[in-house]
Design a protein around this ligand. Sequence first.
Ligand code: GLN
Length: 308
Amino acid sequence: MKKEEIRLVLKESYEKYKGLKEGVNASYIPYLEKINPELCAISVVTVDGETISMGDDKFKFAIESISKVCTLALAMQDIGINGIRKKIGDSPTGLPFNSVIALELHKDKPLSPLVNAGAMATTSIIKAADKETRWKRILEMQRGFMNAQIELSEELNASEQNTNCHNKSIAWLLYSAHHMYCDPVEACEVYTRQCSTLVTSIDLATMAATLANKGINPLTKKRVIDGRNVPHILAEMTMEGLYDESGDFAYLVGLPGKSGVGGGLLAVVPGKLGIATFSPPLNVAGNSVRGLKMIRNFANKLRFNIFC
Ligand code: GLN
């Protein structure tokens, strides 16, 4: 695929939707409510290491739930794909990302590592002797997927740690049902930190491109994860990467994707490229409105669809 063709369709997708006025910033995390809703970026990184990008692609925003994919990748290395299936699950919940009802319906088993409950359980599975080692290993995995400069934002982390009562409750529910594999307070705290790193749309496109490139980061050329785990990660993303909107995304776009309430959205075109967008206003499912439209337009126009 020619770089020029990608650039043209990327530009078209950006120009068409950058001014769209729909959706609202996440407000349950005070830091996110303050971000300028007009910001908009779209970036592609190819498996050959080419970067094509436009808009506010230098702006650093909250990774949020997109971090769940990095932690899942690490946990898969630690306990294997069958361990993940057994302990966390491999199915969509069909309910919002922070649903407690989803737990109640399945004997408190989280079902997916990409919803809050399953993500905290996944964080608790990471092999670590203490909290700081757990955090360091997760941060290193994010750096491998993106770049060595990825850092925690103290301001964002404080904003999240002070307002995450709902997640703390989920962590204790999991613990009471024996689905938490370390101290639940530690799991929730480290999970909240992993959501509080700052990234750009280019960083997220690099992460998506690493998955597209069977686990080797196309910019650093370093292997981040075992290539054999990639299809299982992409399957989890297809089923639950956009929560209760994952079915719509599979139907309309046909790519494994992952969203975050910070306004980030990424999608993987296996063997070809990673694409990511940033735009803070979200729909009711917690997915970026402009991001969804831009990625759908891009993928449809270039006929990127894993089901074709
Ligand atoms: N930190 C957020 C939370 O736990 C992440 C949610 C998301 O991005 N969907 O609620």
